[in-house]
Structure formats: C-alpha cells, structure tokens
Design a protein around this ligand. Sequence first.
Ligand SMILES: *[C@@H]1O[C@H](CO)[C@@H](O)[C@H](O)[C@H]1NC(C)=O
Ligand SMILES: *[C@@H]1O[C@H](CO)[C@@H](O)[C@H](O)[C@H]1NC(C)=O
Length: 140
Amino acid sequence: MFSKTFFFALIPSILAASFSVSVGSKNGLTFDPTSVVADIGDTIIFTVLSRNHSITSADFSGAVCPPPAGGAGLNPFDSGYLSDLDGSLPTFTYTVPSTEPQFAACMQAGGAHCRAGMTFAINPNSTLTYAQFNTNAANS
Ligand SMILES: *[C@@H]1O[C@H](CO)[C@@H](O)[C@H](O)[C@H]1NC(C)=O
Ligand SMILES: *[C@@H]1O[C@H](CO)[C@@H](O)[C@H](O)[C@H]1NC(C)=O
C-alpha cells in the first residue's frame, strides 16, 4: 500500500500539464503560441526551430527589450542562448512557479528580435495583456 505522503506527493505530477511552444518556427522571429495559461507546476517546453534565440523573462513595460541576461520580473528565468544553427533543435523546459502574469522575449541582437515581436506571455490577464506587452516591447 502507498503511504499518504507518497500518494499526495504524486498528485502535482499527475495533474501538471505540459505546453509546447515553437521558437523561431519557419525561420521567423516568433513564439508559437504567443501565450499560455498555466497552473503552478505546469511545464512549458520551448523548442528552438531556427537560428539562435533565448527565452528570457522580461518586464511588462519600460525598457522591455532586450531582457537582461538572467531575466527580469517577478520570477526571473533565462534559457541562455540556444542555437539551432547546427540543426540540434535545442529545448528549454520551464516549470511555472506562479499563476501571476509573466512575460518573456528573445534577448538576441541587442533586443531587435524582441522589438520585432519575439515575445511571449504566461498567464496574461485583462490588465497585463499579451498585446500590450508586445506593443511595449516594440516601442522599447
Ligand atoms: C548565439 O548568440 C550569442 C549571442 O549573440 C552568441 O554569443 C553565440 O556565440 C551564438 N551561438 C552560436 C552557436 O552562434
Ligand atoms: C493582473 O495581474 C496583475 C499582477 O498580478 C494584477 O496587479 C492585476 O490586478 C491583474 N488584473 C486582473 C484584472 O486580475
């Protein structure tokens, strides 16, 4: 028989969802999808499909682009540079720590990718929307 502790320890991994996000699909400066709605403990698997990009947490507004190495915001994260120039399709897995809105972008090319729309949102809400974040990035 399983102990209670063992049983309850299993619940989060049973219920956790996993999201797949394409980075640089069709050689574009894109994240696809551009946002996900995730619970604590869910994982987001980013796969770099072209060039050399990063998935780096960013501030919602202000000097959005480029996000700093190590990331910005509430729960900073940064994949570092992941290059598919050798066709290796590198991945970065992020475990969502909070249901608060979080934003991310590519830090490559001094922020040029970020300003061109290479932006991503986790749990955007009606105040902190993905569309507004992307506009803030374009104007930063
Ligand atoms: C990826 O980009 C970074 C930053 O521009 C650079 O330092 C690194 O050498 C690049 N990696 C490859 C394999 O080109
Ligand atoms: C959206 O999230 C921010 C940050 O947590 C929060 O301050 C704001 O109240 C939220 N907006 C709505 C409509 O829930």
